[in-house]
Design a protein around this ligand. Structure first.
Ligand SMILES: Nc1ncnc2c1ncn2[C@@H]1O[C@H](COP(=O)(O)OP(=O)(O)O)[C@@H](O)[C@H]1O
Ligand SMILES: [Mg+2]
Length: 208
């Protein structure tokens, strides 16, 4: 079931630890209009912070979650200590499921730098990034910094959101796409700046 009319959205959220990335993403997930959600809950934080007990730890549970189109996958039992492998598995699974139904789907992966590689991108993650639009699959990624994600992710991102970042190395990719250095360095906690794919900048805040 290919969807040629899908306008892809790939949002990358970055910034220092504890400044509001995860809060931003949760708020986005609550507000966004999607027909299906795929949540990669690599360390159980999503379930814990949202007070959710019904989490999928197995293939059977994934199928149950899929029936209601809101999938929260915790990989700790199927892939103990192998989060990168788990992410690859989940990307492939979400892509496959997305191809079986019409509508808009969103995959959310927090703390992406913990289980993806900046040098070698895994095949299923790459497929989601490059061709997710064919199956209506969008992406919301949070990572410590843009230099912690693969170039393919940079290349395909449609929207960038940053909280405070202060190190030169991590600022560089942001400055290259037009973010203001002083502004990003001085962002107070819970404040962010975003950039759309049309090159428009916007500001906002989140609160816990
Ligand atoms: N449940 C909560 N109660 C109180 N404060 C919280 C809660 N969750 C997050 N915070 C505050 O938000 C900050 C973390 O925001 P978060 O979005 O998790 O940051 P990041 O994902 O960028 O590391 C913490 O430093 C804390 O001050
Ligand atoms: Mg976080």
């Amino acid at each position: 079931m290919h969807q040629y009319d899908h306008e892809p959205k790939k949002i990358v959220v970055c910034g220092k630890s504890g400044f509001g990335k995860t809060i931003f993403c949760y708020r986005f997930l609550r507000a966004a209009k999607y027909d299906c959600f795929f949540i990669f809950d690599h360390d159980g934080q999503f379930a814990f912070r949202n007070g959710i007990r019904d989490v999928a730890f197995s293939d059977e549970a994934l199928e149950t979650h899929w029936k209601r189109r809101y999938v929260i996958f915790n990989p700790s039992e199927m892939f103990p200590g192998r989060t990168a492998v788990a992410f690859e598995y989940f990307c492939e699974w979400a892509y496959h499921k997305s191809g079986t139904v019409p509508g808009k789907k969103l995959l959310f992966a927090d703390e992406n730098q913990k289980y993806t590689d900046t040098k070698n991108i895994s095949p299923a993650f790459s497929t989601n990034i490059e061709t997710g639009r064919h199956v209506g699959l969008d992406l919301l990624l949070a990572t410590l910094a843009f230099n912690r994600i693969h170039n393919a992710v940079h290349g395909q991102a449609t929207e960038w959101v940053t909280f405070q970042i202060t190190t030169e190395r991590q600022l560089k990719p942001l400055l290259e796409i037009g973010f203001d250095k002083e502004e990003v360095i001085n962002l107070p906690k819970f404040h962010y700046v975003g950039r759309t794919d049309r090159g428009e900048f916007y500001k906002g805040t989140v609160s816990p």
